[in-house]
Design a protein around this ligand. Structure first.
Ligand SMILES: Nc1nc2c(c(=O)[nH]1)N[C@H]1C(S)=C(S)[C@@H](COP(=O)(O)O)O[C@H]1N2
Ligand SMILES: [Mo]
Length: 333
């Protein structure tokens, strides 16, 4: 991961192929009856980044069985993030999803993610191990909308309205045994579908973990939607974690397995570089990343630089989780 040096709209390819051009090209191809041929066949690297896609960031999420559930009711406790909500198109075209590439413009490639069928396994130290379809799981939960601040370890941030359910509700469903101390979460593994997973220097699958106290904190959320729609693929459809007091990499996408365990999970980034990405990863402006300061952050749509808040401003709700843990509010441990 690198710190951003340019704002998203300053990326050179964006300047060369502004969106109006992609849209025009799409309209022209459609007129010629070629849109499908290009998107499915010739597309590839040749036309990047002006590849013709039926879907563009900000459009309704295509091909998901969950559209009827949205929009969901707002949770009044999380309607005031204290900052403007990020422009939807910006949030959904500036993503980290290493399964599809190491750059921020993964949204076209992420459209290859097949979201159905999608099986979720809940196992480990639980009284109710189960394997269920994502659709069944999502329909079983009471969905709500929450607007959260989100801070990536790369020092950029956004504010987005997530739809989903509290992670605590999934914990209830699982009925963990008394000995369970951690929740380990895992992303899908499919090298055919997700070409980034062919990079053997990365420790696939993506794994993340929380303590049980963190997992049952009211802020810990499983997002199934964003901006009042089912999650677009690039945001980690069909379900992903959101833990807004921690750096963004903890918020694991496209989860297939929830395992309750008494062993602390080793996360993807920790396995790759434990000197830089620790288990706790709580947002903390006082603890620098070894290669850059965490004191400030850049807002992705306006480019404004603002001071970073400890626990991303959620200390009232989470500081208590770390009183007994030495260095628990730091990036490493
Ligand atoms: N499976 C998986 N989950 C992931 C990532 C990833 O590469 N793969 N990137 C993480 C990082 S570094 C960030 S900042 C957020 C980005 O979420 P967004 O693209 O929805 O904004 O997803 C996190 N979850
Ligand atoms: Mo991140």
């Amino acid at each position: 991961m690198r710190i951003i040096r340019r704002r998203s709209w300053e990326l050179p390819e964006r300047a060369v192929t502004p969106e109006a051009v992609w849209r025009d090209r799409r309209a022209v191809l459609k007129g010629l009856g070629m849109a499908g041929a290009v998107a499915g066949g010739l597309g590839g690297g040749l036309l990047m980044p002006g590849r013709a896609f039926a879907y563009q960031p900000g459009d309704p999420t295509p091909d998901t069985p969950w559209t009827d559930l949205y929009p969901v009711k707002t949770n009044p406790a999380y309607t005031d993030p204290g900052r403007p909500v990020t422009v939807e198109k910006t949030a959904s075209s500036y993503n980290n999803f290493y399964e599809f590439g190491t750059h921020k413009r993964i949204w076209p490639d992420a459209q290859k993610l097949k979201v159905q069928p999608w099986t979720v396994t809940i196992d480990g130290m639980v009284d109710a191990p189960q394997t269920l379809d994502a659709d069944a799981l999502i329909r079983r939960m009471a969905l709500e909308e929450r607007i959260y601040r989100f801070r990536c370890v790369e020092a950029w941030s956004m504010v987005v309205p997530w739809s989903g359910f509290p992670l605590a509700d999934l914990v209830k469903l699982a009925q963990p045994k008394a000995g369970a101390k951690y929740l380990r979460m895992e992303t899908f593994e499919d090298r055919e579908m997700a070409h980034g997973q062919r990079s053997i220097w990365l420790p696939w699958p993506y794994v993340e973990g929380l303590t049980m106290a963190e997992a049952t904190n009211d802020l810990a959320f499983i997002a199934t939607g964003i901006y009042g729609k089912p999650l677009p693929r690039q945001h980690g459809a069909p379900l992903r974690l959101v833990v807004p007091w921690k750096y963004g990499f903890k918020s694991i996408k496209s989860i297939v397995r929830f395992t309750f365990t008494d062993e602390r999970p080793v996360s993807f980034w920790e396995q790759l570089q434990d000197q830089e990405y620790g288990f706790w990863a709580n947002v903390n402006p006082e603890v620098s990343h070894p290669r850059w300061s965490q004191a400030r952050e850049q807002v992705i749509d306006t480019g404004e630089e603002i001071p970073t808040l400890k626990w991303n401003g959620y200390g009232d709700q989470v500081a208590g989780l770390y009183t007994d843990i030495r260095d628990g509010d730091r990036l490493f441990r």
